[in-house]
Design a protein. Structure first.
Length: 193
């Protein structure tokens, strides 16, 4: 009795991915709902001890959507080969950037295209944000892997500001070349530099 409490290190990504595969879709929904409850409770507690910090976190929220390949080894893993020939799992994660906490996530294999489920991932991320955080300014920042009209439309329809990266492809350059010099608008809240 009376043992000293010590922190437990986080799971390795491959272990976490293996455990995540054991959850059914309904269980994933319950996990994300639980995360939302934890975030709301934490924000309420923070409001009691540091109301200025809680207000700042609620005033501006950035949801960072990202995906990365996690290389795994072993032919029995339930993953696929990516375009580089690596056996990988591909987590798709929506993070509350200012708090560095996950809001929603999907776990796919090396062939999964994150664009296909990006609007759904955003919807689930918004649903797990505390109510006070959705009352402020909400933004989405997504890398080029999420460059899809359906994500942009989901942002527009929910009143979320967004920035989605785009790969510099020849068709994109042709479109940009067609924009007149006076057809550009300065970016909001950005200085020259």
């Amino acid at each position: 009795m009376g043992q000293v409490l010590t922190p437990v290190p986080g799971l390795a990504s491959t272990t976490a991915a293996g455990l995540a595969r054991r959850l059914a879709e309904g269980q994933w929904v319950a996990v994300e709902t639980g995360l939302g409850d934890v975030h709301a409770t934490a924000l309420d507690l923070l409001d009691r001890v540091a109301p200025d910090r809680a207000a700042a976190l609620s005033a501006e929220v950035t949801i960072d959507m990202d995906t990365t390949d996690v290389e795994v080894y072993g032919r029995l893993k339930q993953v696929a080969f990516n375009h580089q020939g690596q056996r990988v799992g591909r987590p798709h994660v929506a993070l509350w950037a200012e708090c560095s906490v996950a809001l929603a996530a999907d776990l796919g294999d090396g062939r999964d295209d994150p664009r296909a489920s990006s609007a759904d991932l955003l919807g689930r991320a918004l649903a797990t944000l505390p109510t006070s955080a959705t009352a402020g300014r909400v933004r989405v920042r997504a890398d080029a892997g999420y460059f899809a009209g359906q994500l942009a439309r989901a942002c527009l329809f929910t009143g979320v500001e967004f920035a989605i990266g785009a790969r510099r492809t020849a068709p994109l350059w042709r479109i940009l070349d067609g924009v007149a010099a006076d057809g550009w608008t300065d970016a909001v809240d950005m200085t020259d530099g």
